[in-house]
Design a protein around this ligand. Structure first.
Ligand SMILES: [Mg+2]
Length: 128
């Protein structure tokens, strides 16, 4: 992660963008993630279908990279250790959604799996 943080630091410094306001970066993350979502507008393709759609795959890569770049911009400007915050949050998410509740569920039970997800999410939000 340090390699990417350093690349982004350099990219920002070279353009005098190393003092951008975090709110502007947050807006940009949201805008770019909307562009990612727009790729799927009016479609309901499953994973296998998307994987076969080479044009769509290239669009997804572009928008995903835009989101990542802005995420790194935010992390670098606020002096975050991106690897550390990533692993810390992943650990919390693993605890929030225990694997045994979701692993090896058949298609019939898939809707139950989604119900479990929303139940956990709702309980988590009510704790705050
Ligand atoms: Mg974009």
């Amino acid at each position: 992660m340090k390699k990417y943080e350093n690349e982004v630091k350099k990219y920002l410094k070279e353009r005098d963008w190393d003092n951008l306001r975090p709110v502007d970066i947050a807006k940009s993350i949201s805008i770019e993630s909307s562009e990612l979502l727009e790729i799927f507008q009016w479609t309901n393709q499953e994973l296998d279908e998307v994987k076969k759609d080479k044009e769509k795959i290239e669009e997804i890569k572009e928008e995903l990279a835009d989101v990542l770049i802005y995420c790194f911009n935010m992390g670098v400007l606020l002096n975050f250790d991106m690897g550390k915050i990533f692993l810390s949050k992943l650990k919390k998410v693993k605890q929030k959604y225990p694997a045994h509740l979701f692993k090896n569920r058949d298609k019939k039970v898939d809707s139950d799996s989604k119900s479990i997800y929303w139940k956990i999410k709702k309980e988590h939000r009510n704790k705050k």
